[in-house]
Design a protein around this ligand. Structure first.
Ligand code: 6GU
Length: 246
């Protein structure tokens, strides 16, 4: 998989991508992440990439020409023109595990990091194939959002996670939050590990974990339950726990 990132601060990616799972994926030749500075595609000798907003108002707007030309440079360099071009902006579709999995199936995609007060609307209309946001808060630029998207996608690329790590069982993969984890010691400062986990009874352990996942999701993220199929018994667990709370 190849991921091209177009941004104003490519240096921001150096440390995160040289420590995380992204580095391992890169070393194994599974993922190639290439950053580009939009400023290198500016037209004037001052390398201007922003300008005043038409109609007035506060802040500056990222000009369209350097962004279009940076994407066209990627197309020329890779010979592929039907890969997704994703604009990272607080106004985008909410990024999710489902979208991460969809992106992980592509052999290539491009991320554009917005900046300033905004980016010329023609990038959104005529260049980007999608727009993503990583949450309901405002970041200074799209770089941190790009790191989040790359991390979430890369760990889903086949072969990136080791055999001991599973992307299938974890939070959100099944639409539920993950069950609690414990490791040694069996008792820490008087707090014991739930005895079922020490029982060696795999069916009981699986049932306990499922129940924990269902109840935790119902308590913290009931919105997630709209997209999950639960058995009658699991629904009863939830009703019972809600009764016990009130
Ligand atoms: Cl993708 N960009 C910016 N600037 N802020 C954000 C965001 C993206 N997602 C959430 N906040």
């Amino acid at each position: 998989m190849r991921i091209d990132i177009l941004c104003l601060f490519p240096e921001m990616f150096v440390s995160p991508f040289s420590h995380s799972i992204v580095r391992r994926a890169d070393e194994h030749g599974l993922v190639d992440v290439v950053t580009h500075n939009i400023r290198d595609f500016a037209h004037d000798r001052h390398a201007t990439v922003d300008d005043y907003p038409y109609g007035g108002g506060a802040g500056m707007v990222l000009k369209p020409e350097p962004v279009f030309e940076a994407v066209e440079h990627v197309w020329h360099a890779t010979g592929l023109v039907d890969a997704p071009v994703i604009l990272l902006t607080p106004g985008g579709r909410p990024f999710s595990q489902r979208i991460a999995a969809e992106l992980a199936a592509y052999s290539q995609f491009t991320l554009i990091c917005g900046h300033y007060e905004g980016i010329d609307e023609r990038v959104s209309q005529y260049l980007a194939t999608d727009e993503l946001s990583i949450g309901d808060y405002v970041l200074t630029g799209g770089e941190l959002a790009a790191m989040v998207v790359v991390d979430a996608v890369v760990r889903l690329v086949p072969g990136v996670l080791g055999s001991g790590e599973s992307a299938a069982e974890e939070s959100h993969a099944a639409g539920l939050l993950e069950y609690p984890h414990y490791t040694r010691p069996e008792e820490f400062r008087g707090w014991k590990v739930p005895s079922v986990l020490l029982s060696g009874n795999h069916a009981e352990i699986a049932a306990w974990r499922r129940r924990q996942s269902v109840l935790k999701t119902a308590a913290r993220r009931p919105d997630l339950l709209d997209n999950v199929t639960l058995s009658d018994k699991e629904r009863a667990w939830i009703s019972e726990s809600l009764l016990n709370r009130s």
